[in-house]
Design a protein around this ligand. Sequence first.
Ligand SMILES: *Cc1c(COP(=O)(O)O)cnc(C)c1O
Length: 477
Amino acid sequence: MSDPLNEQDLAGTALGMVATTAQSYLAGLPGRLVHDPATTGVLDELGGDLPEHGEGTLKSIEQLTHIATTAGTHSSGPRFFHFVVGGATPAAQAADWLTSLVDQASGVWPASPFASHAETVALRWLKDLFGLPSSYGGVLTPSATFANLTGLACARFWWAEKHGVDVTVDGLASLPRMPVLSSGYVHPSSRKALQLLGHGRDTVEVFARDASGAIDLPALRERLASLDGPAVIIGNAGEVNAGDFDPIEELADLAERHGAWLHIDGAFGLFAGVSPRTSHLVRGVERADSVAADGHKWLNVPYESGFAFVRTPELLGRAFGGWNAPYLPAPDETRISYNNLGPESSRRARALPIWATLRAYGRQGARAMVERHLDLALHLGRLVDQAPDMELLAPVQLCVVCFRCRPPGMAEQDVEKLNQRLGEELLADGRVFAGTTLYRGMTALRPAIVNWRTTETDIDLFFSVVQELGRRLSKSW
Ligand SMILES: *Cc1c(COP(=O)(O)O)cnc(C)c1O
């Protein structure tokens, strides 16, 4: 019966319905379970066959609103500490809706000078925020994975050119293997980027001094000195298990001395640069050849949001432009078509939430958020340290706290099993969310605190839930 052409335009009404739900949903977020396992059955309401005749705008949006706000994971609330997942600031969230409202085709300048200009401004503000030179080129990406891909694609272009090959035109076939060196902190997404670029996921040479993955700088230095041609170094600013950093300044020195490319994966760690209390962790990042980070983590803009910066701006166009299609705009320095500068073609105007959050809260807002999270992480670190049945496994440096439950006197293999169970129970419980990892061979919890809504009360609750479940499990041992 219903098709969008003969239904009266109900978009405004449907948006109003979502906005009304948003009021109560957001107000209720702090009091909800992060995920309520009892709502899994609601997912069935998504199912069924493709409707032959649609149910109409209002009915389908009403259904989806119900399912999403009931069975969805409330990860934008204050107690989701699993992975590294940020929330959405009020300004960013509203701007994200606006992005859909005006639905810009933001890859090509002629389709939306507005979106292109907003992206240029957002990138300029981000460089300023992170202390990166304004001369760097940049592009917004869907994620840090794509930002790593972007930086490493530029590295690859640069490296191939040193071998006399235009890799954009001719590919890798006539080239040797590109040397890529990193510490044990290298993130799987950097490997995935290398895999997509045709270098192979496992070609990264890892120089780690121990099981934590911390860099073995002398070994990396020796390897660099032994290489004939240019190499690519991946430095990791903020690793996901304990929030540690590679020594970026030293890597920049090495890259300079050996003519190597330095790519920094700063998905969340780049934000250390916005506070004088933590900026030492990323000292030297302004000397990198390429830098990747996420917006949807610590900037607290909605998914999907990442950004890449490159010291030599032309490389973006050379790695990603040159479509050779007569209907697409050629690279132009003032009327920028961002699809020439990154891996995507058509793309949404993801600059808008970034612009809005930076405009709304400014440099001081970003700094205050990072410092609050640092304080909360330090607070959690102290709670862990003072509890006789908990063990802090790494010093708290930024926003990740790596620890495990360790009842006094329990044998190591039982401690392992206990923490594996604890990880499962925590997610099943649903009051708070955190994930486990393997850190120096030990199963550990690694909550990441990067959501603007999180308060000390949430952290205290997190800790008491972990302790409660840990005690219950160890009693039944
Ligand atoms: C999250 C993360 C990534 C990947 O980011 P996505 O946004 O998930 O693609 C890369 N590196 C580090 C260090 C990360 O924490």
